[in-house]
Design a protein around this ligand. Structure first.
Ligand code: HMG
Ligand code: MG
Length: 306
């Protein structure tokens, strides 16, 4: 049996957060349902961030509430939370439903100080301070936590990022108690060589931090596909042992705070591309190609001007 690779689709969150026109809640709910039907392992559904910063995702609680009873078995639904306020909002969703509509939360920091400030109005150290109460609440509710490190290869403002800085940020997140690390190649500038160098540095560092319940921690690669190199980077990561990837159906996406005046932030690697490459490399995904194409068509239809 080929080894199974885990696929998280982030299109309802990363894919839509940068869309200028407000997308109806029902269309977002439909996208999440279609992704679940396609067999992804996890859907990153929305964010509990400031609606002033990301107006598109201000309906996070409504999206989750509408998904009640519509989550296929085996599919996890997750949400981004930047601070205690976001975490409490996420917990209220589960409490109001009397069941776990949100299975996991994700905190996010960066390996670049400039991006971190633009994205969260905080230094890297300040983001970690904000995560401490999030992790305490998550532990009390037995909710797993993913920890993102953005700008894992390059920052839109600072340029190339030294792999050791990424390893430092990942190690600090693990010390805080996150269950998994997600390495965000935020602007798609990576090459197989630079992504491999970064992964090797992170793996070497995390390999020395023993004594955790689940070891090794799940390591996910989150690629944006600006220059069409994401597929090669996935192949390189598979060779190094990465077995979990994020993608966005239809290749939607981009962080609004990674946009520069000259260029809008690039889309995520398409989940369709990701699945094809993973299978070509001899691994298995639990995806139904036809159902994924339907989800991708729906996702593309939500884009501005379509
Ligand atoms: P701030 O302005 O520094 O914080 O924002 P604040 O505590 O001073 O709060 C300002 C206002 O926001 C207040 O409201 C708060 O109540 C409210 P006001 O008094 O002005 O009416 N507020 C909140 N409202 C709702 N939910 C909350 C919340 N927190 C405060 N949780 C904050 C700090 C982090 C909140 C803000 O900077 C923010 O929301 N940033 C959004 C960041 C974001 O969503 N970025 C995109 C996701 S990250 C990404 O895309 C990268 C990734 O894909 C990986 C990769 O590709 O690299 C994950
Ligand atoms: Mg992203």
């Amino acid at each position: 049996m080929p080894e199974r690779v885990r696929i998280t689709d982030v299109s309802p969150r990363d894919g839509l957060q940068n869309e200028p026109g407000l997308i109806p809640t029902a269309d977002k709910v439909r996208l999440v349902e279609l992704l679940g039907a396609a067999g992804v392992d996890e859907v990153e559904v929305s964010s509990f961030v400031s609606p002033k910063w990301v107006p598109q995702l201000a309906d996070a609680a409504d999206v989750f509430a509408a998904l009640r009873g519509r989550k296929p078995p085996g599919v996890a639904h997750s949400a981004l939370v930047p601070n205690e306020r976001g975490m409490r909002a996420a917990l209220r969703v589960n409490e109001a439903a009397g069941e776990r509509l949100i299975d996991k939360v994700a905190v996010f920091t960066a390996a670049s100080e400039t991006f971190c400030r633009r994205n969260t109005n905080a230094t890297i150290a300040e983001t970690l301070e904000r995560f401490a109460p999030v992790l305490r609440l998550a532990q009390e509710s037995a909710l797993p936590v993913r920890g993102y490190v953005s700008c894992a290869v390059q920052c839109p403002y600072e340029g190339p990022i030294a792999p050791q800085r990424v390893a430092d940020a990942a190690a600090r997140l693990l010390d805080l108690g996150v269950d998994e690390i997600d390495l965000g190649e935020t602007i798609g500038a990576g090459t197989p060589d630079s992504v491999s160098a970064m992964l090797e540095a992170v793996m070497a560092r995390l390999g020395t931090a023993r004594g955790r319940a689940a070891w090794p921690p799940l390591l996910t690669l989150h690629l944006h596909d600006t220059f069409g190199r994401a597929a090669e980077c996935v192949r390189a990561a598979l060779r190094l042992g990465v077995r979990s990837f994020d993608g966005a159906a239809g290749g939607l996406g981009g962080c609004p705070f990674a946009s520069t005046p000259a260029r809008r932030a690039p889309g995520n690697v398409a989940t369709e591309t990701l699945a094809r490459v993973v299978v070509e490399e001899g691994y298995a995904v639990g995806l139904n190609g036809g159902a994924l194409a339907t989800a991708a068509a729906h996702a593309r239809g939500l884009r501005a001007g379509v």
